[in-house]
Design a protein around this ligand. Structure first.
Ligand SMILES: CC(C)(COP(=O)(O)OP(=O)(O)OC[C@H]1O[C@@H](n2cnc3c(N)ncnc32)[C@H](O)[C@@H]1OP(=O)(O)O)[C@@H](O)C(=O)NCCC(=O)NCCS
Length: 208
């Protein structure tokens, strides 16, 4: 359990391996990636299969989970959710019942190169936090993943297209909080297992 360990109560997570035996997805879903390379088709299909299983756990049987104009998954009314894939790993998370206004998950396997990415991803306080750790590149990967999760929670709910420097995160234990700006107070959680870094972020329903 990786993403399953970082989501809040009420969120259903289905995790799997992209290399798992192929189960066909709906033609209308396949059409969304028909021009893509085979690796992209496989990861997309694996994500959609996890998402359908997660929706089934909420009692929903959807024929197609579409993609919006900015690639965001299109969930049924009253549902928030998110999909991530990284190398062999894939997961989908969904929540119904209007408990959350947005939900984002992300998993990263590679560490971004410190020299070229530290300033791109981090505001100065985060740069200092990364450099103060035993493994700055591991902390940088965590900041990167956490911001991707916040983005995935915020964009479908609001249309707000965040850049890395629009967020300042503070980390404490296995949690993080957005410290400044419009999304101040949004929280998330993180966990690293083997060489995978997982994060999740969520917007309480009041943010809607
Ligand atoms: C979507 C994004 C955040 C992560 O994509 P990625 O690197 O391919 O990583 P993942 O595999 O973890 O996630 C991909 C999934 O995210 C979801 N996704 C894509 N665009 C999305 C969006 N605009 N909103 C919410 N979810 C989105 C999709 O489900 C996608 O998988 P699918 O196309 O197979 O359905 C990134 O590519 C992106 O679009 N970034 C632009 C904004 C940004 O990064 N800002 C800085 C952080 S604040």
């Amino acid at each position: 359990m990786l993403v399953g360990s970082v989501v809040p109560v009420g969120v259903v997570v289905v995790e799997g391996a992209i290399g798992a035996p192929d189960v066909p997805i709906a033609t209308d879903e396949r059409a969304l990636v028909c021009g893509a390379v085979s690796r992209r088709q496989r990861e997309f299909a694996a994500g959609r299969r996890c998402a359908h299983r997660a929706l089934a756990a909420l009692g929903m049987d959807l024929s197609v989970i579409g993609s919006g104009p900015r690639r965001e998954p299109l969930w049924p009314a009253g549902v928030v959710g998110s999909i991530t894939h990284s190398d062999a790993y894939v997961a989908a998370a969904v929540a119904g019942g209007r408990a959350y206004a947005g939900l984002g998950i992300d998993v990263e396997c590679r560490r971004p190169p410190l020299e070229s990415m530290l300033e791109t991803v981090c505001v100065p306080s985060e740069q200092a936090w990364c450099l103060a750790g035993d493994s700055p590149s591991q902390r940088l990967r965590l900041v990167f993943s956490a911001k991707e999760s916040v983005f995935k929670a915020v964009y479908p709910a609001t249309g707000d297209w965040l850049g890395f420097h629009d967020l300042e995160l503070i980390f404490a234990g296995h949690t993080f909080t957005v410290h400044s700006g419009r999304w101040s107070g949004v929280t998330g959680a993180h966990q690293a297992v083997d060489d995978l870094q997982a994060t999740a972020a969520w917007l309480p329903a009041l943010c809607r």
